[in-house]
Design a protein around this ligand. Structure first.
Ligand code: SF4
Ligand code: SF4
Length: 114
């Protein structure tokens, strides 16, 4: 899975934290442990107004849902994201989406030992 990544278009992230819960449930992580964590940036006073973003960030506990994927599924966070802003796939394909999705989009790579 070395060329598989997650794309997150956080411009439309509501901060609902469903991805955190979906990941925790999938892996059985205890409370206080995250495979993905939603962090807040702002509010920031900018020239064109207030900027405030929720930014979901996979942690080192993210294994790209290897078991689900090998069983034919998609990562739990992508399945349960209420805003449908998490995509999963080969990083080369995800990168092609960047120009249309805009600047508030991140691509995360898996841990190097996956
Ligand atoms: S891909 Fe799987 S392990 Fe990684 S953050 Fe999403 S739900 Fe968690
Ligand atoms: S489930 Fe989707 S919309 Fe909700 S916090 Fe996570 S990434 Fe954002």
């Amino acid at each position: 899975m070395s060329n598989i990544g997650l794309l997150i278009n956080y411009e439309w992230c509501s901060g609902c934290q469903s991805c955190e819960i979906a990941c925790r449930n999938e892996h059985g992580y205890p409370l206080g442990t995250w495979g993905i964590k939603v962090e807040d940036l702002g509010p920031l006073e900018m020239e064109n107004g207030i900027e405030f973003d929720h930014i979901p960030i996979p942690t080192s506990y993210c294994d790209m849902c290897q078991d689900r994927v090998q069983a034919g599924g998609i990562p739990s966070c992508a399945l349960h994201c209420l805003s449908n802003i998490i995509e999963w796939g080969p990083v080369e394909e995800l990168a092609k989406r960047l120009p249309e999705l805009g600047p508030k989009t991140n691509i995360f790579l898996p841990k190097s030992d996956l």
